[in-house]
Write a protein that binds this ligand. Structure first.
Ligand code: SF4
Length: 361
């Protein structure tokens, strides 16, 4: 096995890193952490330059009623639980108009997987948004929602994806990936699609010309080796399809979750783990252009350091993120571009607005 120094020199020279080497980097302690972050920053500069991007987007929560009730989530509810809600189309239209008033270029649907929603319901939601805000990119639905719609409607997932694309879906969310290791999924999200199903549906979407994000939800029950397994799966898919627009690292927010309450998960990732995840993702995912800063999960101060550790994108303005806030985050709902500008300027970088597909505005 090469030393950390040799692995980093190889990464700078463009060598593809092995899973074992990525694990060695994720396990680094002491000053090695700074060396890894610095190398990731250099590779980021070489690959995408010094511009930091963000998208003007708004999350819309349609419902928090969810069939999955994942152990790491404090947002999902049973229909009979206090605080459960499900918007009708008129309420959705009002939320879309609010987003338009905020001059967004992207609407991002972030909801529970409602047990009664089928393919027609999902297509109707897209049609309603498209009709209310023509031209706004709709970023919606995870492979788990696609699978749920297919099962409810007696269709194949390919048929559902085609239907959603026709109804106005701009890009698919790479969520519900969590950690793509079934033994981990059995603990944190046993009702969601399996690793193999998630991979199959994402490949299917990409083959239909629907691009997606890629996510990793780390810091709960998985080991560093399982984080690397997850990243390896993403890298393999990207080699085949080129359909991932970016990696969205989602650091586990523990406070109000069942996993934490029951002692099954620690109090989230540490700052070392957050920075190393981003830096190692930049170095290991040599076929990804964009690595995002999850400021709603790790906070803006650590987020600024993430921009010096391989990340190049500040995600979106969001305007609301009840999923993070339910789990105990504060200030996860809105980030003013003026504040983004301030933290970028502070480290000598330029901020630019982008569209969902990373075209600069
Ligand atoms: S993470 Fe998503 S699927 Fe899981 S309980 Fe929360 S809302 Fe439902």
């Amino acid at each position: 096995m090469r030393s950390i120094k040799e692995i980093l020199a190889g990464a700078r020279a463009g060598d593809r890193m092995t899973a074992g080497e990525a694990l060695a980097l994720l396990s680094a302690k002491g000053r090695d952490i700074f060396d890894i972050c610095r190398t990731a920053d250099e590779v980021r500069e070489e690959k995408v330059g010094s511009t930091v991007t963000y998208v003007r987007n708004q999350n819309i929560h349609l419902t928090n009623i969810c069939k999955n009730l994942c152990g790491f989530c404090a947002f999902g509810r049973r229909a009979t639980d206090e605080g459960a809600f499900c918007d009708d189309l008129e309420t959705l239209r009002n939320k879309v108009r609010q987003a338009q008033n905020n001059r967004v270029t992207e609407i991002c649907l972030l909801s529970g997987v409602h047990p009664d929603f089928d393919a027609n319901r999902y297509a109707g939601i897209l049609a309603c948004i498209r009709e209310t805000a023509p031209g706004v990119h709709i970023h919606a639905f995870s492979p788990d929602e696609v699978n749920h719609a297919a099962v409810r409607s007696g269709l194949t997932t390919r048929e559902v994806l085609e239907m959603l694309k026709d109804a106005g879906l701009g890009s698919l969310q790479g969520t519900a990936a969590e950690i793509l290791v079934d033994s981990v999924r059995d603990v944190i999200c046993p009702s969601k699609v399996s690793t193999a199903e998630w991979e199959r549906i994402i490949r299917e979407a990409h083959s239909l010309g629907i691009f997606s994000t890629a996510t990793i939800m780390y810091g709960s029950c998985e080991t560093p080796a399982e984080r690397v397994t997850h990243l390896s799966i993403l890298r393999d898919i990207q080699d085949e399809t080129g359909g991932f627009s970016e990696l969205v690292p989602l650091s586990f927010l523990h406070q109000n979750t069942r996993l934490y309450r029951e002692g099954l998960a620690p109090a989230g990732a540490t700052g070392r783990e957050d920075l190393l995840l981003i830096a190692v993702a930049r170095l290991f995912l040599d076929n990804f252009r964009n690595i995002q800063v999850p400021w709603g999960k790790i906070g803006l101060k650590l987020g600024q350091l993430a921009l010096l550790s391989g990340a190049n994108d500040l995600a979106g303005t969001m305007f609301s993120d009840d999923v993070s806030e339910s789990a105990g985050a504060s200030g996860a709902d809105y980030l003013d571009p003026a504040e983004m500008e301030r933290i970028c300027h502070d480290i000598g970088r330029e901020l630019r607005q982008r569209l969902t597909d990373y075209t600069l505005v």
